[in-house]
Design a binder for this molecule. Structure first.
Ligand SMILES: Cc1cc2nc3c(=O)[nH]c(=O)nc-3n(C[C@H](O)[C@H](O)[C@H](O)COP(=O)(O)OP(=O)(O)OC[C@H]3O[C@@H](n4cnc5c(N)ncnc54)[C@H](O)[C@@H]3O)c2cc1C
Length: 318
């Protein structure tokens, strides 16, 4: 353990003066998977992370391939980081505040440092919009307030489920939850006119409540009550369908093409519209899933390596 800490420190110091070939921004499942691939392609790789990966909120994931008994988000991240370190990646805290072109490559500002790299992978994820209720973050960590029905809808089978939404996105999520339960209530906290699918929800047997929420009350293992306008109702669990914002500011600085919802547009190799700039994971349009993030990272890392081989004249003609 001590040897590993020393190795880590030595790598950090070395990289304080040596720029990496590839800079990976974000140490969630996408960034760490890319770092493992790049390390195994023998590319020097620096991974910087300026916050908490979304994955660290996962209490227990049951759909991550290879873990039939489930695995927690922090455990996934620990394993992924260990694997990346094994192949020489440097993983360090730090927020990239600016990213610009520097000849054929890039220069990133991290605190007082300027880091130069030949290629950059954005694995910066998204930020969740939680309902504005006291204690909600703790409830997410205890899986009482949930965010992702694709991830854990199965575990809501036959439960009394409330979905909090403020547009037709909430309606779509409530309809999706009918896969698992016939006791689904949409609590629509936005302006009523933002919900245009109320009749269709009624046909699916989804109850609709139009009201602003005052509080969520939690017990040991269930949401004991949601309260609105003096009314109180008990549910087993609550889904928040208030959406996310992609962390795409650095890509915007470089003029990369974004889709209508602000996520990064990429080609089949995860390359953005800016040569040498790649993106993988939640920040790219997609399912917001670990399996997708890791798959995209593998594709991106391989193309980054092949691109650098081409630039260095180390490929043979097709
Ligand atoms: C409660 C919850 C439960 C979930 N359950 C599951 C599940 O069971 N199965 C599943 O497949 N998925 C699940 N997910 C989704 C899963 O967590 C994400 O799909 C996955 O984490 C995406 O990985 P990522 O690497 O793209 O982004 P993230 O894991 O979010 O990592 C992105 C990182 O980039 C960093 N970053 C952003 N901008 C900068 C910057 N400028 N400089 C430096 N660092 C930066 C962020 O701080 C963050 O640490 C769940 C999510 C939540 C919130």
């Amino acid at each position: 353990m001590r040897g590993r800490a020393v190795r880590l420190l030595a790598r950090r110091l070395a990289h304080a003066v040596i720029d990496p070939e590839v800079l990976v921004i974000g140490a969630g499942p996408a960034g760490l998977t890319a770092a493992t691939y790049l390390g195994r392609f023998r590319r020097s790789t620096l991974v910087v992370d300026g916050g908490a990966p979304r994955a660290c909120w996962i209490p227990l994931s049951h759909n991550t391939p290879g873990f039939p008994a489930g695995i927690s988000g922090p455990d996934i991240l620990r394993r992924m980081q260990d694997q990346a370190l094994e192949y020489g990646a440097v993983v360090t805290p730090g927020r990239v505040t600016a990213l610009a072109r520097d000849g054929e490559g890039f220069v990133a500002r991290i605190g007082d440092h300027a880091v130069r790299a030949r290629a950059v992978l954005l694995a910066t994820g998204v930020v969740d919009h939680h309902p504005d209720l006291a204690g909600v973050e703790r409830a997410v960590q205890r899986a009482l307030v949930r965010i992702c029905p694709i991830c854990d809808g199965y575990e809501a089978t036959d439960k009394a489920v409330a979905v909090i939404g403020h547009s037709d996105k909430g309606a779509r999520e409530a309809a999706f939850m009918r896969t698992y339960s016939d006791r689904v209530t949409l609590i629509h906290i936005g302006p009523p006119e933002a919900l245009t699918r109320q009749t269709a929800l009624g046909r699916l047997g989804v109850e609709v409540v139009l009201a602003d929420l005052d509080a969520v009350v939690l017990e040991q293992d269930r949401v004991t009550a949601l309260t609105w306008g003096g009314r109180t109702r008990a549910f087993d669990l609550v889904y928040s369908a208030l959406g996310t914002s992609p962390n795409a500011d650095l890509a915007k600085q470089l003029g990369a093409r974004l889709s209508a919802d602000g996520r990064l547009e990429v080609d089949l190799h995860q390359a953005t519209s800016v040569p040498g700039l790649y993106a993988a994971g939640d920040v790219v349009r997609g399912l917001n899933q670990i399996a997708v993030a890791t798959a995209e990272a593998a594709v991106a890392a391989t193309d980054i390596h092949n691109r650098l081989r081409r630039i260095d004249g180390l490929t043979i003609p097709e």
